[in-house]
Design a protein around this ligand. Structure first.
Ligand code: NOJ
Length: 765
């Protein structure tokens, strides 16, 4: 699918200040011209200059801007990470262009994960929108804002499929499903790179983390991954491939080992699959410090060994560590690494610089000095309307007893909870250059929405956590969570007093943003005890209780699901989060989001995912039997299944009709349902199509998502949705690692979540 500018976006972009006129391209952006140019340049470079290109350096306490400027002049660095203003970037580029011998421009990279100056919802929330047009807007605006800050590359999208809610990085990806993740990744690459990464307002993407980082054992970050080749090929690799097929110029190599081999030293991943099978032509970049880590992994005996291994395995550029610069010259001298291997890696760096248009204009993302914004955080640089629109699409209504929601904009509303007025949390982790002071909290959003028509009583009620160890962890690098000066009891009493005066209680609870981040794995995925206490006390008031969740992972919510009259999952919803949540709470927007991950009942059920195998002894809810696959001490199945989400209206899905009962070898079958909005409000929903290969040479999942469509229906309106199914949708990797579609019967299941579907079957001939 092609991404399309939304009208509002096109208008907003057109309104931005103009930049220096682009000179006619001296170096045409074609592979032929590039190859000739780069070959010529390589001939002029010394070995040291080539090795310098292979280093991407992080600006930070170890390497200050001043230190780096000297290195740039000596051509010891190829690219820079972690500098985000045009002034800083221009100063470094000047150094390269004015003082270095060959005047090879630098490129500048950053983690633009869900927006740059404007924070959109975290990626898990974006996935919950199932809205590729909205995602394309996010990609386009993020790239626009990043390029406007002078950046050329982003460390995104993260397309690590994961079935591990304990892993803090689930917040950065698109959830548990291969197909959904692939669609999201592809859309972001297309929209961020635009027609060309060289365009003034595009950035090159670097898809990460290749490969299978989402499957770290136990959800513990940086841990080992071990999986069958079938599962790797079938479930974990396709999203990377989709993002690369969409043209991503870069790949970031993951930190984990896969079946014993660290990805940074895995020539099977980096050469055989990436280059030979997938024909990837772009650049591979290590993750932060990963080359050094080969020693700790126990596959390299010393720094030189690590460098030799990484380079020969196919890591072109090193992120941050100095190992390539320090040890490659000696390795080449001793003949352990050939000059040809250095040339190959350097060529990839120069190629992407060429593709970024930097040899035509090293300042192409900077413009003239005079055009620099006086205030990099100026309001005029934000895209608030678009952020609000996407944020409300990302929210998932998990429960709504007796139509507790939407709320009336009148009466008295108690808004309680440590996340209700937290600007820092609502923008989410990896919020790039977004400033939390510009974020709209839920309290502010509700005030904006009610505009004095309702009385809003706010009380914090509890700290996010009272656990000193966790507070210290979260505050390690920044002042992330403040422990309130009041005692827990005082806060609780204040909240209960507010609740007693109110017609309805809104409790904004969940996680601090730092609890769902890199290096933030949890062994317990419940709401922290301080907030559980608050919910208990609020429940005891007998007032209708609406839980507004802010969190970056699936949580175990068994108790909360029983307590609450309504639950709205809002993730970390970004700069405009508070307004967007208020839109949903008050019914100005009818929720339409669907879960991109199953929500377990408890941590003991993990891994829990919808596309599991049937086993020889599947558990049957209707006829429970001891000797079937289940836990005897808990209800089975997830609390909320993949694809699930309610609306303020109701929908009915017709039985599935098929265009034919059989699919010939190269043919297609169309599967259709008619969806009717049977309620009284207009609303959007997501129609999901799943397939099951009933009998195959290896056991196949009970269902797999193979298509989805977001539709908008007015009250009473019907729409027929048709999914074409072709042979690619039937294929899988068999025991001999061949990708095949085997003849036989297939079930087609269509519904508005993964658990409740209409079913038909056809035969593949
Ligand atoms: C390490 C993380 O794993 C990666 O995702 C990120 O892009 C880099 N650090 C740079 O911040």
């Amino acid at each position: 699918m092609k991404w399309i500018y939304s009208v509002s976006l096109a208008v907003t972009l057109a309104m931005q200040p103009a930049f220096a006129d682009v000179q006619p391209a001296q170096h045409p952006l074609t592979p032929q011209a590039r190859d000739a140019f780069v070959s010529d340049l390589l001939k002029k470079m010394t070995l040291d200059e080539k090795i310098g290109q292979l280093r991407l350096i992080t600006v930070g306490p170890e390497n200050t801007k001043e230190v780096i400027r000297d290195m740039i002049q000596q051509q010891q660095v190829g690219a820079i990470f972690n500098t985000v203003t045009r002034q800083d970037i221009r100063a470094m580029q000047d150094q390269a262009m004015q003082l270095s011998r060959l005047k090879i421009p630098l490129f500048f990279a950053y983690d633009v994960i869900h927006g740059q100056r404007t924070a959109f919802p975290i990626p898990l929330g974006l996935a919950a929108s199932w809205d590729l047009d909205a995602l394309a807007d996010v990609g386009r605006i993020s790239a626009y804002e990043a390029a406007d800050d002078g950046l050329n590359m982003t460390w995104a999208p993260m397309v690590d499929v994961t079935r591990e809610p304990r892993w803090g990085r689930v917040s950065e990806g698109f959830g548990e499903d291969t197909y959904l993740t692939a669609e999201m990744g592809r859309t972001l690459v297309e929209s961020m790179q635009g027609k060309s990464a060289a365009d003034r307002h595009s950035v090159m993407t670097s898809v990460k983390h290749y490969a299978a980082y989402g499957a770290v054992e136990g959800g513990r970050d940086y841990n080992t991954v071990d999986m069958s080749p079938q599962r790797l090929l079938q479930d974990y690799l396709p999203p990377y491939k989709a993002a690369l097929d969409a043209g991503s110029g870069g790949v970031m190599v993951s930190l984990n080992s896969l079946n014993g081999v660290p990805a940074t030293a895995d020539s099977w991943l980096l050469k055989d699959i990436l280059r030979d099978d997938w024909k990837f032509k772009g650049i591979t970049i290590s993750d932060h410090g990963a080359i050094k880590e080969l020693i700790k992994h126990g596959v390299a005996s010393d720094p030189e060994d690590a460098v030799r291994l990484a380079l020969k395995s196919g890591v072109n550029m090193s992120m941050n560590d100095e190992y390539y610069s320090k040890y490659l010259p000696g390795l080449v001298k001793r003949g352990e690494v050939s000059e040809q291997e250095i040339d190959d890696a350097t060529r990839h760096v120069l190629n992407v610089k060429y593709d970024m248009g930097l040899f035509n204009d090293p300042y192409s993302h900077l413009g003239a000095k005079e055009s620099d914004p006086q205030d990099t955080n100026a309001e005029s640089r934000l895209h608030r309307a678009e952020a609000r629109d996407v944020a409300r699409k990302s929210m998932v209504l998990l429960k709504n007893r007796l139509e507790t929601l939407p709320l009336k904009k009148s009466g008295t509303i108690a808004l309680v909870g440590p996340l209700a007025d937290s600007q820092n949390d609502i923008i989410g982790s990896w919020s790039a250059a977004a400033v939390s002071g510009q974020a709209v909290t839920l309290l502010q959003g509700m005030k904006n929405a009610t505009d004095g028509k309702a009385t809003i009583l706010y009380a914090k009620g509890a700290n996010v956590t009272d656990n000193k160890g966790i507070q210290d962890f979260l505050n390690l690098y920044e002042n992330a969570v403040n422990k309130d000066t009041r005692s827990a009891q005082q806060m609780l009493d204040e909240a209960v007093a507010a609740a007693k005066q109110a017609d309805v209680v809104i409790a904004a609870v969940g996680e601090a943003r730092g609890m769902a981040h890199e290096a933030s794995s949890r062994s317990d995925i419940t709401i922290p005890p301080s907030q559980v206490k608050l919910l208990d006390a609020l429940k005891a008031t007998g007032k209708p209780l609406v839980i507004v969740l802010m969190n970056g992972r699936p949580l175990a919510l068994v108790k909360e699901q029983q307590q609450a009259d309504a639950i709205l999952e809002t993730w970390f919803s970004g700069t405009e989060g508070g307004n967007a949540i208020a839109d949903v709470l008050f019914g100005d927007y009818n929720p339409s989001g669907k879960l991109p991950m199953s929500f377990p009942r408890s941590v003991g059920q993990i891994p829990i995912y919808y596309n599991h195998l049937n086993t020889g002894r599947p558990y049957n809810f209707e006829k429970p039997n001891k000797y079937t696959s289940h836990y005897y001490d808990a209800a089975n199945g997830p609390l909320f299944p993949f694809g699930y989400g309610l609306s303020y209206t109701s929908f009915k899905v017709s039985p599935v009709t098929l265009s034919a009962d059989t699919m010939p070898r190269d043919g297609t079958v169309n599967a259709s349902v008619t969806v009717t909005n049977t309620g009284k409000r207009d609303g959007a929903t997501v129609v999901q199509m799943y397939l099951r290969d009933q009998v195959a040479s290896i056991s196949r999942p009970v269902k797999e998502l193979k298509g989805f469509k977001r539709i908008m229906l007015k009250a009473g309106e019907s729409q027929t949705v048709t999914f074409p199914i072709d042979v690619d949708a039937l294929k899988f990797w068999n025991a001999r690692l061949q990708q095949v579609a085997e003849p036989g019967k297939f079930s087609v299941m269509i519904g508005l979540d993964s658990a409740d579907t209409e079913e038909a079957e056809f035969t593949y001939l």
